[in-house]
Design a protein around this ligand. Structure first.
Ligand SMILES: [Zn+2]
Length: 280
């Protein structure tokens, strides 16, 4: 059975991926334009852990046919037959792989995916990295022991706002919370009053055009950095390794007045790159 590396580049928008130099990832296969089932991190990762990949937005076909075709590809990815009945009732890819004998390991970068959430179910080892931009540290921790195949589910955060690479200073960017951070600070926000607004975060002013342009360019640089680290990871993978690279959603950089992802209905927030193939 093949080792499986499933890499999710958080927030990597499709056209930014295309404009980035990604020679290591492209060695795996052609870059496809796909569509995420969701516009933000949690629901999108949930879908991936059910074994579904971002879709092609096909017309004149029933959803069940699309799911059948997509799930059927796991036989090729794993390199052996698998029983799809094992997906029920949990509908969990790591559970099915565990039954097959895989060691299941997740390393994630976004706190909304931390190990106390339901995402960690059926993983032998599940870790939220100390820093959101430590793909390199993640790769250092990855090992293959040869006695059984490994499934590595990796969420990397370098291409997520504030698009900061290791060693760079994030303080130049306004602090913005994801959902996890909003929960963390919500009691203070609710207790803030007009008389005592000190506990409330002041929302930052919306970005101007030149900042948005800089952010878009910076995300491309971050994707290129991730590709470099991916080269290091591919070098240490055994030859029987199958690799999937995608994103959980895209990112908006001012189009129609939107920034980021989440509560946004815009096609660029659903467009994601998708590459898969055996190690070459
Ligand atoms: Zn995300």
């Amino acid at each position: 059975m093949n080792n499986i590396i499933f890499l999710i580049i958080d927030s990597a928008r499709y056209d930014n991926f295309i404009n980035a130099e990604t020679s290591n990832i492209k060695k795996l296969g052609a870059v496809q334009k796909r569509y995420s089932y969701a516009s933000w991190t949690s629901p999108s990762h949930y879908v991936y852990l059910m074994g579904l990949m971002p879709h092609r937005n096909p017309a004149r076909i029933f959803a069940s046919e699309v799911y059948k075709k997509e799930l059927g590809l796991w036989t090729q990815r794993i390199g052996t037959e698998l029983t799809f009945k094992n997906f029920v009732p949990e509908l969990s890819l790591p559970k099915v792989l565990k039954i097959l004998g895989y060691k299941t390991i997740a390393k994630v970068s976004l706190p909304v995916l931390n190990k106390f959430t339901g995402f960690s179910a059926f993983f032998d080892d599940y870790k939220l990295m100390d820093h959101h931009n430590d793909f390199s540290g993640m790769v250092d921790e990855i090992t293959f022991d040869g006695s059984r195949p490994c499934f590595y589910f990796l969420n990397v955060g370098e291409a997520h706002y504030p698009y900061v690479l290791p060693g760079e200073d994030p303080v130049v960017y306004p602090k913005m919370h994801g959902l996890h951070g909003v929960f963390k600070h919500m009691d203070d926000l609710m207790n803030a009053t007009e008389e005592d607004p000190t506990q409330a975060d002041k929302p930052p002013a919306f970005f101007n055009r030149s900042m948005l342009k800089r952010f878009k360019k910076k995300q491309i640089e971050c994707i290129e950095y991730i590709d470099g680290v991916m080269g290091k990871l591919l070098d240490k993978c055994p030859s029987n390794t199958y690799v999937i690279v995608t994103a959980d959603h895209g990112e908006l950089f001012g189009e129609r007045g939107f920034f980021g992802h989440g509560p946004i209905m815009h096609e660029k927030v659903f467009e994601v790159p998708f590459v898969e193939g055996p190690l070459k």
